[in-house]
Design a binder for this molecule. Structure first.
Ligand SMILES: [Zn+2]
Length: 132
């Protein structure tokens, strides 16, 4: 049996989303899902990334964005975080940005939208916030 996916503490909340698509993507081949933030003052280059190790994957998601106008970090929006997770999950099947990749991403997002609804998160533009 594959080792369970490691989630960084701040990414644990996406586990139910990822688990909900285990019939669509090989969740058991994802080694870890973790968050990062860019250095103070720098612009984000992307919302996330995926590293491939043979047939296993590691997914990195930007959770905090540096806001120049606020001179501080703010949480990324649920919309962008979940779009990015869905995008990277779809890459575990389709490595290129093909119509099939986009189609799979859409199927994943459909599942995610149900979880948001079931959890009463009716506005995906709200920003992720660390629980105190
Ligand atoms: Zn991509």
């Amino acid at each position: 049996m594959a080792k369970p996916t490691y989630y960084s503490k701040r990414m644990l909340w996406v586990k139910p989303f990822v688990d909900s698509v285990s019939d669509l993507v090989p969740v058991d081949r994802i080694m870890r899902i973790r968050d990062y933030r860019v250095k103070k003052g720098l612009d984000s280059l992307s919302y996330g990334s995926r590293l491939t190790y043979g047939n296993r994957y590691s997914i990195n998601i930007e959770l905090d964005v540096w806001k120049k106008s606020h001179k501080s970090y703010v949480g990324e929006t649920y919309q962008i975080i979940l779009d990015t997770v869905a995008h990277e999950l779809a890459h575990t099947i389709h490595s290129e940005h093909t119509p099939k990749h986009y189609q799979l991403q859409a199927r994943i997002l459909l599942r995610f939208s149900r979880i948001l609804k079931d959890n009463g998160i009716l506005d995906h533009s709200i920003r992720w916030r660390r629980k105190k």
